[in-house]
Design a protein around this ligand. Sequence first.
Ligand SMILES: Cc1cc2nc3c(=O)[nH]c(=O)nc-3n(C[C@H](O)[C@H](O)[C@H](O)COP(=O)(O)O)c2cc1C
Length: 404
Amino acid sequence: MLTGRNILLGISGGIAAYKTPQLVRLLKKSGADVQVLATTSALKFVSELSLATVSNRPVLTGIFTADTEGEYTRHISLGEWADAFVIAPATANTLARLATGLCDDMLSLCFLTLRPDKPVLIAPAMDGHMYNSLSVQRNLSTLAEEGCRILEPESGSLASGQCGLGRMPEPETIFEALAGMLATPEKSALNGKTVVVTAGPTREKIDGVRFLSNYSSGKMGFAIAADAARRGAVVRLVTGPVNLPTPPGVERIDVESAEQMLAAARPLFDDCDLFIGAAAVADYRPEASVEGKIKKKDAEMEIRLVRNPDILAEFATNRKPGQLAVGFALETAGGIDYARKKLTDKQLDLIAFNIYNGHTSGFEVDTNVLTLLGRDGSVTELPLLSKEKAAAKLLDAVETILPR
Ligand SMILES: Cc1cc2nc3c(=O)[nH]c(=O)nc-3n(C[C@H](O)[C@H](O)[C@H](O)COP(=O)(O)O)c2cc1C
């Protein structure tokens, strides 16, 4: 099931660490390559020799020790190498360190170097009172908001002799949760479908050196394009000016203005199964743009603006049966009614109401808060998520309405 997948397994110092050689065995048996990152405390509960033997790799603990085999930037290469990061058991101490960004051992350092689109699975295990403490719950919320999946501990007899919540799920359960997160694209309804995504801002020329635009970074649209490609879709990304690398497997077309974006997207309409308008297309453009630079004068200046084409509406109203149209509505506050109206007026299948709060959600930042509104009246409120995780949630919703 996990053939060719590279897994980082972080083990911290809880009693449940004694179960981790079994988890390594399950991962290896399914074809994964496993690199164990154990804290110093973890190695008091489980033998380094056992873990190194079953993983067939040296166990990495410290960052300045000889176990990095002379590769002094091993933490960075491991962050790139890994397809997923599992932390099991995750102690209260390790959760606190990960939630605050401390990185003074291999486990915590690799947690920060892991590529942001890679799944992270955390299995906290501890005494029930510890687990229910405000600080542990706060740290778990922080990690969940960053996009980590938290595997709830189970109830049962604990090492303390008490009975209650806090037991690490069995290695088989952890393995299955991870396998689900790494499910292959063949299982995705998007596999083999053609998806057109627009992203980024547009620039509307005033003169040879000035333009009207907005703060869109393109991160949300690029995250959607990347995730759709990972799910096996043929992805065409039409983007305004952004400073982002092209996601693997994505065909990219760069444009500047709304009119250019429409001209680039229109030929792709016929051939696509799904159109996702994530670009922040400027609604207006200067009626006339001037060659060269407009000179400063003492008098006030007026620029007359005219409406730009509505790319998403053009797709939605002219589409063929079976083609899906998905849009975004970015609003500062109270805009959910506007998003609902946009969904109906433009006859979309799904709209992501995107709250702009200026710091954690909306333009430029790496996180977003979306509410997904379906044509069928469904409403799915997502928490604050990384844009990668928000993109995955959006595509999960799309998959449920995509004709097979
Ligand atoms: C016998 C024993 C069992 C422990 N079990 C747990 C546990 O299950 N979960 C936990 O969060 N901490 C547990 N601790 C406390 C951690 O080992 C301690 O907080 C340590 O600093 C964790 O370090 P680490 O997070 O770097 O691995 C236990 C400590 C002892 C002495």
